[in-house]
Design a protein around this ligand. Structure first.
Ligand code: SAM
Length: 201
């Protein structure tokens, strides 16, 4: 099975190719950030930093596993002290539990090897009552189309199509608040979760 793409080759062209198709999701993230000024935000798989134009007075941390993508994000935020960028694997975040008000992963869970592990890590570092936002491609209801397309999207576009819409049930500490279809292509959704304030026993 081909794993989702290493972004090194695509990094120089990433903004040109993806800023438009991913733009609607980034605008929705911008709206969320405007409604939550001064919050402590973590973006998983920040990539080339296409969301960074929406960061104003937030305390923002972005991580990515790919140096070439992260370099492009670094250039966009030179001199901005409220933005920290780190080379880090989302499957093993080097942050303590319950740190961030909002943890978001736009177009990342479909591009990682182990989406459930990444989601669990996102939830772990979110503070109780905090928000987790995921934008991703999902399998269609019947799974017929996604089974056919998955090997192709992995090989040529760098994302998987086998992620189930209820993937978040791998984490008992979170509830789904809202889900919005962003566009028809590849079952692309924004899902918004809240971490329970108290542990469920
Ligand atoms: C499709 S890009 C999305 C970038 C950005 N979030 C956006 O919306 O434009 C996926 C990003 O996830 C990163 N990524 C893949 N696996 C990762 C991992 N295990 N840890 C951190 N980042 C990862 C890739 O390097 C790439 O930059």
């Amino acid at each position: 099975m081909v794993e989702p793409r290493d972004y090194t080759l695509i990094a120089p062209l990433y903004d040109k190719i993806f800023s438009r198709p991913l733009g609607e999701g980034h605008q929705l993230i911008g709206k969320l950030l405007r409604a939550h000024p001064r919050k402590k935000i973590l973006e998983i798989g920040v990539g080339s930093g296409l969301t960074l134009e929406h960061i104003t007075n937030h305390d923002f941390t972005g991580i990515d596993v790919n140096e070439d993508m992260l370099y492009r994000a670094q250039i966009k935020v030179l001199g901005r002290h409220n933005v920290k960028l780190h080379l880090m694997d989302a499957q093993k975040l080097k942050f303590p539990d319950n740190q961030f008000d909002i943890v978001m992963a736009p177009s990342v869970l479909s591009a990682v090897i182990n989406p459930e592990q990444v989601f669990k890590e996102m939830v772990r570092v979110t503070r109780p009552g905090g928000t987790v936002v995921v934008i991703a491609n999902f399998a269609d209801d019947t799974k017929v189309l996604s089974k056919i397309l998955d090997p192709l999207t992995r090989s040529f576009l760098g994302f998987r199509m086998d992620l189930e819409l209820d993937f978040y049930r791998c984490s008992p500490e979170i509830k789904l608040v809202e889900r919005k279809k962003i566009n028809q292509f590849a079952n692309y959704h924004l899902s918004w979760f809240q971490k329970f304030k108290k542990q469920n026993n």
